[in-house]
Design a protein around this ligand. Structure first.
Ligand SMILES: Cc1cc2nc3c(=O)[nH]c(=O)nc-3n(C[C@H](O)[C@H](O)[C@H](O)COP(=O)(O)O)c2cc1C
Length: 364
C-alpha cells in the first residue's frame, strides 16, 4: 500500500475531477466542467498540498435533465496515466467497471500507470449498477450479488497476471474462461497496486472485505456510520482475513468564512439550482439497481449537492471538527468534492488543512 502509507492519520483525496459536475447535479454556471487543463492544474495542486489520492468516477453517459450532467467525462485509466506523469507523490486511482473492462486489459493498463507513476497507481473496483450506460455496450447485468462473484474472478485474474512472471496460465471460472494468459511487466507495487472497491450493500461489503485494501462507501448520519463500521468489523472477523477492513467515505464541501455564507451557497446550488430531472433520473436508476439507504436516497437536496455523500458545510473550524468526528468514528479517510474544485480547493488548503494538522489528523 505504498502510495497511501504515508504519515497522514486521516487520508484525504479528490473524487470526481474527471466528470462534468464533479459529484453535484446542479445548473449553476460555475459548476465543474471537467476541462483537461483545469483537471491537471487541480491534480498538481492536490499533489503539492499533500492530499493522498485522486479518485475518478467511472461514467459513460449523462443523467439527462437540462445539463445532462456526467455526459462529459474522461476515461479513468487513461486519465490516470496522464495524471501519473504530471504529479509526484499522490496516489492515482482508476475506477474500473468489472463487466465492461476485460481483466487482461485492466491488468496491463494498471501496470502501465504504476510504472509511469513509480508505484502510485490505485485500483477502484466497481461491479456495476447503471443499466442505462451498460446498454451502450450491449451489456446486461447479472443479479445483484452475482456481480460481486464476477468481481472476484476478475480480480483473481488481474492478480494472477501480476504474479505470472512470464509463465502463461489458463483460467476457468463461471464468468471467464481464458487460455494462455500472460502480461508483463508486473506492477511496481507488489503483489498489486493498492485496491479499493466502491459499494453499499452487504454483498459489496463482503466483496471488499475479501478482496480489497479499502471499502469506499457513504453513510447517512454519524449514528448510521457507527453501525456501518461495526458491521464491517463483524464481516472482517467472519471472513477471517486477520484484519478489519479500512473504510474510506465520501464528502462534499462548501467551506466559507461564515456558516451563513456556506449554507446560503449550499441552498443556492443544491436546492434552488438543482437539475431536478437529472436528480429524478439518478434516484430512479439507483433505486432499481443498488442497495442503498432509502432515507438518504430520497433526500433530493443532498443528492443534487453530492449524490449520497456527507455534507461538510460551514466555516473552516466547523469542517475541521466534522472531519475529526469522522476520523474518530474509525474511517481511514474521505474523498472531498467541490462545486468547482479549482475555485474552492485553495481556500480549503489554506484554512482547513492547518486545523487538521493541529488536531493530529494530518502530518505538517
Ligand atoms: C462511494 C461510492 C462511489 C461509487 N463510484 C462509482 C463510480 O464511479 N462508477 C460507478 O459506475 N459506480 C460507482 N459506485 C457504485 C458501486 O460500485 C456499485 O455498483 C453500486 O453501489 C451498486 O452496488 P451495491 O448495491 O452493492 O452498493 C459507487 C458507489 C459508492 C458507494
Amino acid at each position: 500500500m505504498a502510495p497511501l502509507g504515508g504519515g497522514n492519520a486521516f487520508k484525504l483525496g479528490l473524487f470526481g475531477l474527471n466528470t462534468d459536475g464533479g459529484i453535484a447535479i446542479t445548473k449553476v454556471a460555475e459548476r465543474w466542467r471537467a476541462r483537461w487543463d483545469e483537471i491537471a492544474e487541480v491534480a498538481q495542486l492536490a499533489d503539492r498540498i499533500g492530499l493522498d489520492f485522486i479518485l475518478p468516477i467511472a461514467r459513460w453517459k449523462g443523467y439527462g435533465g437540462e445539463t445532462n450532467v456526467r455526459n462529459a467525462s474522461f476515461e479513468t485509466l487513461t486519465h490516470g496515466a496522464a495524471l501519473a506523469a504530471l504529479t509526484k507523490r499522490i496516489a492515482i486511482f482508476s475506477t474500473v467497471h468489472v463487466p465492461l473492462v476485460h481483466p487482461v486489459f485492466a491488468a496491463k493498463a494498471l501496470a502501465t500507470i504504476d510504472h509511469v507513476s513509480h508505484g502510485r497507481a490505485g485500483l477502484n473496483i466497481v461491479c456495476g449498477w447503471n443499466q442505462d450506460e451498460f446498454d451502450m455496450f450491449g451489456q446486461g447485468q447479472s443479479a445483484h450479488d452475482a456481480r460481486y462473484e464476477q468481481g472476484r474472478e476478475w480480480l483473481e485474474i488481474v492478480e494472477r497476471i501480476f504474479k505470472s512472471e512470464g509463465r502463461p496460465f489458463d483460467y476457468k471460472g463461471r464468468f471467464y474462461v481464458l487460455k494462455g494468459v500472460s502480461g508483463e511487466p508486473a506492477p511496481v507495487q507488489q503483489p498489486r497496486p493498492v485496491t479499493m472497491s466502491a459499494a453499499s450493500s452487504p454483498a459489496g461489503r463482503d466483496f471488499a472485505v475479501r478482496t480489497s485494501d479499502f471499502l469506499f462507501t457513504t453513510f447517512g448520519d454519524l449514528d448510521k456510520a457507527k453501525a456501518q463500521l461495526a458491521d464491517i468489523a463483524v464481516r472482517s472477523t467472519t471472513a477471517g482475513t486477520g484484519k478489519t477492513l479500512s473504510v474510506f467515505t465520501a464528502c462534499h464541501v462548501v467551506c466559507r468564512e461564515t456558516d451563513r455564507d456556506a449554507q446560503d451557497y449550499y441552498r443556492h446550488y443544491a436546492a434552488e439550482n438543482a437539475d431536478t430531472a437529472a436528480v429524478d433520473f439518478h434516484i430512479g436508476m439507483t433505486a432499481a439497481n443498488r442497495q442503498v439507504d432509502t432515507v438518504v436516497l430520497q433526500d433530493r437536496v443532498r443528492r443534487a449537492a453530492g449524490l449520497s455523500s456527507y455534507p461538510l458545510v460551514g466555516t473552516p473550524e466547523r469542517i475541521a471538527g466534522q472531519l475529526a468526528d469522522i476520523h474518530t468514528l474509525g474511517y481511514a479517510g474521505t474523498s472531498l468534492s467541490f462545486v468547482n474544485f479549482r475555485d474552492e480547493l485553495p481556500f480549503f488548503a489554506q484554512r482547513v488543512l492547518p486545523l487538521l494538522v493541529a488536531r493530529g489528523l494530518r502530518a505538517a
